[in-house]
Design a protein around this ligand. Structure first.
Ligand SMILES: *[C@@H]1O[C@H](CO)[C@@H](O)[C@H](O)[C@H]1NC(C)=O
Ligand SMILES: *[C@@H]1O[C@H](CO)[C@@H](O)[C@H](O)[C@H]1NC(C)=O
Ligand SMILES: *[C@@H]1O[C@H](CO)[C@@H](O)[C@H](O)[C@H]1NC(C)=O
Ligand SMILES: *[C@@H]1O[C@H](CO)[C@@H](O)[C@H](O)[C@H]1NC(C)=O
Ligand SMILES: *[C@@H]1O[C@H](CO)[C@@H](O)[C@H](O)[C@H]1NC(C)=O
Ligand SMILES: *[C@@H]1O[C@H](CO)[C@@H](O)[C@H](O)[C@H]1NC(C)=O
Length: 371
C-alpha cells in the first residue's frame, strides 16, 4: 500500500468517526428527537393561532428552537420522536372580589396540519377561544387519541360524525361549549370511552340518551347545564346498558323537579359512588331510594330551593358517604334527627354542607355524632 492509500483510509476513518459522533451525540448537526415533518406541522398549527399571551414563545424555527419535543405543551415518544401529547389548556384566574374570571386564551383556528402527528394520543386545548367555529372534522381522523379535551373553548354547532373513528378515546370532554346535539350515532362506536362530558350542550333530538346508554364502558357522565327536565331510558335500554355500571354522574344545573324524572339512577345500586344534583328545582321529600345506593360517597343536593323535608331515614344505610351537601335547600329538620339518620356515615363523613336551612335543636346532641 502506498502513502496515498493510507491517507485516504485515515481520512475515511476520521470522517466515519465524526459522523458517529454527530449522529450519536448531536455534535454540530441539527439532530433532534423531534421529526422535521412533525415540527413543521406544529409550526403550521401555531400560524393558525393568535398568541397574545406568549404561550408559544418556545415554538419556533430558529436554530436554538429546533427540538420541538421541548416546546411548551409538547411531549414526544422518547424512542421514536413522534409527538404524542399536545397540552395547551389554560386556567381561569378569579381575582378576589371581582365577579368575572379571566383566562389567557389562545385564539384562532385549528390547522389540519395536526393530522401529520400520527401518533398523537393526548390533545388538550381546553379554555382557549376558537371563534365559535364548529369542531373541525379532521379531529375525527386522529385515530390514536385517548384523551381529547376541547372544553370551554368557544366551539359551537354540531359534533362531527367523524368522531366515530376515535375508537381509542377514553376521555372525551366537550363540555362548556354550547354545542348543538342533533345526532349521537357516532357515540356508541367509542368502545373504550370511560369519561364523557357534554355539559352545557343543547340536545335537539329525542333519542340522544339512548345512544349514551350504548357506550360500552362509560364510568363518568357529565350532563350539567343541559336544560334537562327529564332523563328516562326505557327499561329495555337500561337492562342492556353499561349505564348500569356507571360510577359518577353530574346532573348539576338542570331543571329536574322530581326524582321520577331521573329514577333510573336508583337502579345503579352497586355502582354509583357520586351524584351531583345541585342547582335543580327539586322539592319536597328527598327520595328514600338514595339510601339504597350503598356505594354512594358523594351526594350534592345544594341550591334546590324547596327540599324542606330533610334527610330520610334510609340514609342510615349509606356507610360510605363522605360528602353530603344540602346547603340552601330550605330544609327544616330537627338536628338530633338529622344526625341520627346520618349515623351510618359516622365514620366516613368528611363534608356536611348545611348552610341556609332551618335546622333546629341542640348542637350538643349533634356533637355526639362524632365518637
Ligand atoms: C441546520 O439547520 C439549519 C436551518 O434549518 C440549516 O440552515 C443548516 O444547514 C443545518 N445544519 C446542518 C449541519 O445540517
Ligand atoms: C378538561 O379541561 C378542563 C379545563 O382545563 C378541566 O377542568 C377538566 O377537568 C378537563 N376534563 C377532563 C376529563 O380531564
Ligand atoms: C339485550 O341484548 C341482547 C343481545 O344484544 C338481546 O338479545 C336482548 O333482547 C336485549 N335485552 C333487552 C331487554 O333489550
Ligand atoms: C330498575 O329498578 C326497578 C325498580 O326497582 C326494577 O323494576 C327494574 O327492573 C330495574 N331495571 C333494571 C334494568 O335493572
Ligand atoms: C337498609 O338496607 C337494608 C338492606 O337492604 C334494608 O332492609 C333496610 O330497610 C334499609 N334501611 C333503611 C333505613 O332504609
Ligand atoms: C338530645 O337527644 C336526646 C336523645 O338522644 C333527646 O332525648 C334530647 O331531648 C335531646 N336534647 C336536646 C336539647 O335536643
Amino acid at each position: 500500500m502506498d502513502k496515498w492509500k493510507y491517507a485516504r483510509l485515515a481520512q475515511f476513518l476520521f470522517t466515519l468517526s465524526l459522523l458517529f459522533l454527530e449522529t450519536s451525540f448531536g455534535l454540530g448537526g441539527n439532530k433532534t428527537l423531534c421529526l422535521d415533518k412533525e415540527r413543521d406541522a406544529l409550526l403550521e398549527f401555531k400560524r393558525g393561532l393568535t398568541d397574545s399571551f406568549d404561550h408559544l414563545s418556545t415554538w419556533g424555527d430558529e436554530e436554538d428552537k429546533q427540538e420541538c419535543c421541548k416546546w411548551k405543551g409538547i411531549e414526544c415518544d422518547r424512542r421514536t420522536g413522534h409527538v404524542t401529547v399536545i397540552d395547551l389548556h389554560n386556567k381561569f384566574t378569579c381575582s378576589a372580589g371581582a365577579s368575572a374570571c379571566f383566562a389567557p386564551r389562545l385564539t384562532g383556528k385549528l390547522s389540519p396540519s395536526l393530522l401529520e402527528l400520527e401518533y398523537l394520543n393526548y390533545l388538550d386545548l381546553s379554555v382557549n377561544e376558537f371563534e365559535r367555529s364548529e369542531i373541525p372534522r379532521f379531529i375525527g381522523s386522529l385515530k390514536r387519541l385517548e384523551y381529547l379535551n376541547l372544553s370551554a373553548s368557544f366551539f359551537s354547532g354540531v359534533i362531527p360524525i367523524q368522531f366515530q373513528n376515535l375508537v381509542s378515546l377514553r376521555t372525551l370532554d366537550l363540555g362548556e361549549n354550547n354545542l348543538i346535539v342533533k345526532d349521537l350515532r357516532w357515540l356508541p362506536h367509542l368502545s373504550s370511552l370511560e369519561f364523557l362530558s357534554l355539559s352545557s350542550s343543547n340536545f335537539q333530538v329525542n333519542n340522544w340518551f339512548q345512544e349514551i346508554t350504548k357506550v360500552p364502558s362509560l364510568k363518568e357522565l357529565d350532563l350539567s347545564g343541559c336544560g334537562l327536565s327529564k332523563l328516562v331510558p326505557s327499561q329495555a335500554d337500561l337492562a342492556n346498558s353499561s349505564l348500569i355500571s356507571i360510577s359518577v354522574l353530574h346532573l348539576c344545573c338542570n331543571e329536574f323537579s322530581s326524582s321520577s324524572e331521573y329514577s333510573w339512577v336508583f337502579n345503579l345500586t352497586t355502582s354509583l359512588t357520586s351524584i351531583d344534583l345541585l342547582y335543580n328545582q327539586l322539592s319536597g321529600q328527598i327520595d328514600d331510594r338514595f339510601g339504597t345506593l350503598m356505594y354512594l360517597e358523594h351526594l350534592d343536593l345544594a341550591n334546590n330551593l324547596k327540599i324542606e323535608c330533610g334527610v330520610p331515614s334510609s340514609f342510615g344505610n349509606l356507610t360510605r358517604l363522605r360528602h353530603l351537601d344540602m346547603s340552601n335547600t330550605q330544609t327544616v329538620q330537627w338536628l338530633p334527627e338529622l344526625f341520627l339518620r346520618l349515623s351510618g356515615s359516622r365514620k366516613s363523613l368528611e363534608v356536611l354542607g348545611l348552610n341556609e336551612n332551618s335546622l333546629f335543636g341542640s348542637i350538643v346532641n349533634a356533637t355526639r355524632f362524632h365518637p
